[in-house]
Design a protein. Structure first.
Length: 282
């Protein structure tokens, strides 16, 4: 019985792989600007992750434009060591009878979970496109944080094996307004409870190198700096946001079928991260 079940499952798996390989209009799963519907799951040093994309339009008509929305959730189960969350300045009495700050209060731990939404549209004839990228996370000092940027993307082919995508983003950083946590006697300067901490600019580049029909690599480099407001990478004690100014990421993928692949990742974010990912295109 067990042998029969095993043979049946093997046959079903083989049929699924064969069916995928028979598809002629399979997407280029190694391109960061390709628009197609897919779902991916991964696990690594920073916990479990889930991501996916929904294609909103197909490559039809004279404009040859494709659009889609990407969703990503990192560290779904909020694993790993967590930083204390800033809860305000603690005040007390000094030996001379005066009152002043004596320490820092905390209010639990900051979450390691983060979310990303990205809308992208690309012209399949000239490789030019535009995207809006939004990341939502929990900052240990500032609380709920949103980094929202938008900008153009271009596609540059280098021979038959290499594609390069430069991207320029401009946007802003929106955070909880925690001015009264610093000093309860200060007036609340924001009626909305949020603060536009900085305007920022980001330069990115993706490089895809196709080794064979089955093996390929995708690498990316990002540099972010403030245009106005709080410094992006200075320490909080120095008035900054204490974010990573640069990030490098590389993945090596094996294409199981035209619609399935397995990838291994390395990233300099979070003090070096590694994870393994499976993706399936619908």
């Amino acid at each position: 019985m067990k042998k029969t079940i095993a043979l049946t499952l093997a046959a079903m798996s083989f049929c699924a792989l064969a069916a995928d390989d028979a598809v002629e209009d399979a997407p280029n799963m190694g391109s960061p600007t390709e628009v197609y519907t897919y779902l991916g799951a991964s696990y690594g040093t920073e916990g479990a992750n889930l991501k996916g994309m929904m294609a909103l339009s197909e490559d039809k008509g004279e404009y040859a434009q494709k659009s889609g929305i990407l969703f990503e959730m990192k560290n779904i189960f909020n694993e790993g060591d967590k930083n204390d969350k800033f809860g305000g300045i603690a005040y007390g009495q000094y030996p001379d009878g005066s009152v002043g700050p004596v320490g820092v209060k905390t209010k639990g731990k900051a979450s390691n979970r983060s979310y990303r939404l990205r809308y992208g549209t690309i012209n399949t004839k000239n490789g030019l496109g535009f995207s809006v990228d939004a990341v939502f996370a929990d900052h240990p000092f500032f609380g709920s944080t949103s980094v929202i940027q938008a900008g153009p993307v271009a596609t540059i082919p280098v021979g038959d094996k290499i594609l390069i995508w430069p991207i320029l983003y401009v946007g802003g950083v929106i955070m909880d307004d925690n001015i009264q946590d610093l000093n309860p006697e200060w007036p609340d300067s924001s009626s909305s409870g949020v603060d536009i901490a900085s305007t920022i600019g980001t330069a990115m580049v993706y490089v895809n190198w196709k080794f064979t029909d089955k093996w390929w690599m995708l690498a990316s480099y990002r540099y972010t700096m403030e245009l106005n407001g709080k410094s992006w990478d200075d320490d909080v004690m120095d008035g900054g946001l204490q974010m990573d100014a640069t990030e490098f990421e590389v993945s090596v993928a094996y294409q199981l079928t035209k619609k399935q692949n397995v990838r291994t990742y390395y990233s300099t974010a979070k003090n070096d991260s590694f994870w393994v990912e499976y993706n399936y295109a619908f």
